[in-house]
Design a protein around this ligand. Structure first.
Ligand code: B1M
Length: 212
């Protein structure tokens, strides 16, 4: 079995220690970090997602797989984020109110840091008020919202509205993303940028800050 397939399999089984060891081995063998992420870790998580949807696995198994995913990401993070340059801008990021999914958000954060941005991570279940408070406190150019549920993505509109009410809408760019989010949804709620994946989100955020 190839190393990437083994990483994917161990992740699906929730074997964090094995995932960690094999990610390290893949790096030592000279494999590209992005290949390990996409074809090993994300491949495994994708299969868990399909099984979850089909009721073949349940919340505990998904949580254990998520823990294995994070263990692998811990090894990749320093390599994906090393830039050695001064921050080009500040981003406040969080998963919206009512939503506890943070793997995608963590990935976006990691990629943004790798693009030279300073990222203030507010975690999960973040209220619109908290996004605004942090954007003000840190003088961030970007508020980045992640949502994984069709119910919680509606909270993104409240973040846009809260920015308007706080009088900061014209100086802050609101970025949105997450599996159920689309470009047309982004436009419909008056947010600025939708990105389908972490790498694109990082590129877009860096573009915004460089052109500011
Ligand atoms: Co949840 N869950 N979950 N879950 N879960 C989904 C999202 C679901 C699609 C599963 C399914 O039914 N197929 C479904 C949502 C259905 C819907 O609303 N359409 C679902 C459900 C229903 C639920 C619960 C309600 C289940 C229950 O309790 N009955 C519950 C809700 C809890 C809550 O949030 N209030 C729940 C709970 C959980 C766990 C806690 C068990 C766990 C989360 C653990 C954690 O995050 N620490 C979990 C997981 C892991 C998943 C799946 C399997 C995987 C999500 C994931 O991490 N994917 C997911 C099924 C799936 O997506 N296939 C599912 C990997 C991650 C890298 O992808 O987050 O999409 P993603 O991020 C991508 C892009 O979307 C993008 O970049 C990343 C890739 O580059 N991106 C952005 C993300 N944020 C961005 C922001 C940006 C730009 C891009 O700009 C700011």
């Amino acid at each position: 079995m190839s190393l990437l397939k083994e990483i994917s399999e161990f992740l699906q089984q929730g074997r964090a220690k094995n995932v960690k060891e094999l990610v390290q081995k893949a790096l030592d063998d000279g494999m590209e970090p992005k290949t390990i992420l996409n074809e090993g870790l994300l491949h495994g998580m994708g299969i868990v997602g399909v099984k979850f949807k089909n009721n073949e696995v349940y919340v505990p198994e998904v949580l254990i797989a998520a823990r294995a995913m994070n263990a692998g990401m811990e090894i990749l993070k320093p390599i994906l984020t090393e830039t050695g340059v001064e921050a080009i801008g500040k981003v406040v990021i969080g998963t919206v109110k009512g939503d506890l999914h943070d793997i995608g958000k963590n990935l976006v954060k990691m990629m943004m840091e790798g693009s030279g941005l300073e990222v203030i991570d507010l975690g999960i279940d973040v209220s619109p008020e908290k996004f605004i408070e942090a954007a003000n406190e840190h003088e961030a150019q970007i508020i980045a919202c992640s949502a994984l549920l069709t119910t919680t993505m509606l909270e993104m509109k409240n973040v846009v509205e809260a920015a308007k009410e706080a009088g900061i809408r014209d100086r802050v760019t609101v970025m949105v993303g997450g599996a159920p989010v689309t470009d047309s949804f982004c436009k419909s709620i008056g947010a600025d940028i939708y990105s389908p994946d972490a790498a694109t989100a990082a590129e877009e955020a860096a573009r915004v800050c460089k052109s500011a």
